[in-house]
Design a protein around this ligand. Structure first.
Ligand code: ADP
Ligand code: MG
Length: 216
């Protein structure tokens, strides 16, 4: 579905991503490992069209990124950053944004359901975001990203700021979506626990795909 063909990213004569070819299939869960500075976040920025490769091509359903309307692409390949990026004043305004961007009606019952899923069911849509903790803001960012289910969800250590309980809840929810066909690519830490639900593991070292392992 999402394919990288010999993708490189060079800046100031430095090679950050070095000739990576990869495929993400529907309903696949892939974990991405690699040392800090190895290029994982840059790879995600390429996969989500925030950066363009300096060599190689990236396609979605066989269409090169350049041929896809950027707004459409952003909805189909969704990138969840490590830090939260809330805006506006209330939780509801944030959760309504994806509908606004699609000129669609805001589904408040889905918004409330998602708030519950991320462990914030005790808040109301008119709760102000400014007093929320970092972890709560991050969970609202996750809920906002899932108001509509993308084809591919890229998670850059998105739950690293959360406590174990919330982290597990959100992981469970995301893997329910994987069962329904969502593809997830998740930058995780190298431990046993984080590999249990995944189908594949990519290891990125010095901007190269050092290994692609099928997990059983
Ligand atoms: N826009 C940029 N300009 C110059 N160097 C960059 C840029 N973006 C990332 N880098 C460098 O690329 C390397 C990979 O960074 P990054 O993708 O953030 O790695 P990771 O997410 O694996 O820690 C780092 O050495 C980083 O400093
Ligand atoms: Mg990173």
């Amino acid at each position: 579905m999402l394919e990288l063909n010999h993708v490189s990213y060079k800046i100031d004569k430095r090679t950050i991503i070095d000739d990576i070819s990869l495929t993400v299939n529907p309903g696949e869960a892939i974990s991405v490992l690699g040392p800090s500075g190895s290029g994982k976040s840059t790879l995600f920025r390429l996969m989500s069209n925030l950066l363009s490769p300096t060599e190689g091509t990236i396609t979605l359903y066989g269409h090169p990124f350049e041929d896809i309307d950027p707004e459409t692409l952003r909805m189909e390949v969704s990138f969840l950053l490590q830090q939260s990026d809330l805006f506006g004043t209330t939780i509801g305004e944030n959760l309504a944004f994806p509908a606004l961007a699609r000129q669609d009606k805001f589904d408040k019952s889905r918004a409330r359901k998602l708030l519950k899923k991320v462990g914030l069911g005790h808040y109301k849509l008119n709760t102000l975001v400014q007093h929320l903790s970092g972890g709560e803001r991050q969970r609202i960012t996750i809920a906002r990203q899932l108001m509509y289910i993308p084809k591919v969800l890229l998670l850059d250590e998105a739950t690293s700021a959360l406590d174990v309980h919330n982290k597990e809840n959100i992981e469970t929810f995301i893997f329910e979506l994987v069962q329904q066909g969502l593809a997830v690519v998740w930058i995780t830490h190298d431990d046993q626990q984080s590999t249990r639900h995944f189908d594949k593991q990519w290891r990125i070292v010095d901007g190269k795909l050092q290994s692609e392992e099928v997990l059983t």
